[in-house]
Design a protein. Structure first.
Length: 319
């Protein structure tokens, strides 16, 4: 109730940060100024149209700077204006309807955003699968939720990649065969989705399209051909990893660029990742093993089938 009382008081400091976060239009509604609200609505529309009109005249980087700079300036000016009005606010004046609804909406939005941020950081985060590198188990446009607590937390598992601690906390090692989301080591802003094939100390090698772990060929059994597209049909196999986990893999031929690789020893605290669609996957055969600090989460629940467009609720842990 103390927070709600603070919001209802319309003090200058709270008004400044409220307006800076939600925008000048809502700041003016908060301090009970209808005409100023209309002014800032009109100015917001004008600014958006002006930015759209000049976008083609600049390269992407320059326009992004102009966009951010102008919007931030607009928000700061609006926040200062709202703060000035809050400083002279008469707490006994009659509140208009739009000013009355701002405090409860603010509390509701704050609770909703806080819950969503905590949930996405520590429990489950949605992930959209952009490519076909994990077909046939996972298809492009599949929508899944990854379990964030599966391997503990590093800065890459936290929203906005804020470094709150060194290394990982509550660290848990992935199991061979897990389907995981991780930050690409060369560009952590990009998230990849692959399967854990090699554990620390393993020697991974491809020979004529077949996977070898520690000099032992991984068993694969021929299955029905897989229709990748209208024109492409791939061989499908059921691969059985040394720990007994099985999954489907696809293979175009046994003579593609990544079908023969030199032996690779997985370093300590690293994992060797591969896509199930072996000849259409950019994975550890290209960029090397992935350090455990880049792990984000394990595939847990699928809510949309990318091939059919149907919504579903499927437990995909262990797939």
């Amino acid at each position: 109730m103390g927070i709600y009382k603070t919001i209802k008081s319309r003090g200058p400091w709270f008004t400044f940060f409220f307006t800076l976060f939600f925008g000048p239009m809502f700041g003016m509604m908060y301090v009970n100024r209808g005409w100023w609200t209309l002014f800032y609505i009109a100015f917001t529309i004008t600014l958006a149209l002006a930015l759209m009109g000049i976008e083609s005249a600049f390269d992407a980087a320059t326009f992004t700077m102009i966009d951010i700079g102008s919007t931030l300036t607009f928000y700061v000016i609006g926040a200062l204006h709202a703060t000035y009005l809050a400083y002279h606010f008469n707490k006994y004046e009659d509140l208009k309807w739009f000013s009355k609804i701002i405090p409860p909406i603010t509390v509701g939005l704050t609770l909703f955003i806080s819950t969503a941020l905590i949930g996405r950081t520590f429990f489950y985060e949605p992930f959209y699968i952009p490519s076909g590198s994990m077909e046939p188990t996972f298809s492009p446009n599949d929508f899944i939720f990854m379990k964030k607590s599966a391997y503990g937390y590093s800065q890459y598992a936290v929203l906005f990649e804020i470094k709150l601690w060194d290394g990982r906390i509550w660290n848990k090692a992935p199991e061979r065969g897990d389907a995981v989301v991780f930050a690409l080591p060369s560009d952590p802003s990009i998230d990849y989705f692959k399967r854990v094939i090699g554990l620390p100390g393993d020697v991974i090698e491809m020979k004529q399209g077949e996977l070898y772990i520690n000099n032992q060929k991984v068993e694969r059994t021929k299955a029905e051909p897989y229709q990748l597209t209208d024109k492409i049909v791939l061989d499908q196999y059921i691969e059985t990893l040394p720990n007994g986990k099985t999954h489907s893999i696809l293979n175009k031929t046994d003579h593609e660029r990544l079908d023969n690789t030199p032996p690779f020893t997985v370093p300590d605290q690293h994992y060797f990742m591969m896509g199930d669609n072996r000849d259409y996957s950019h994975d550890s055969r290209v960029f090397g093993a992935v350090h455990e600090k880049y792990l984000i989460g394990r595939a847990s629940i699928q809510t949309r089938d990318g091939r059919t467009g149907a919504y579903t609720f499927r437990n995909v842990e262990g797939y």
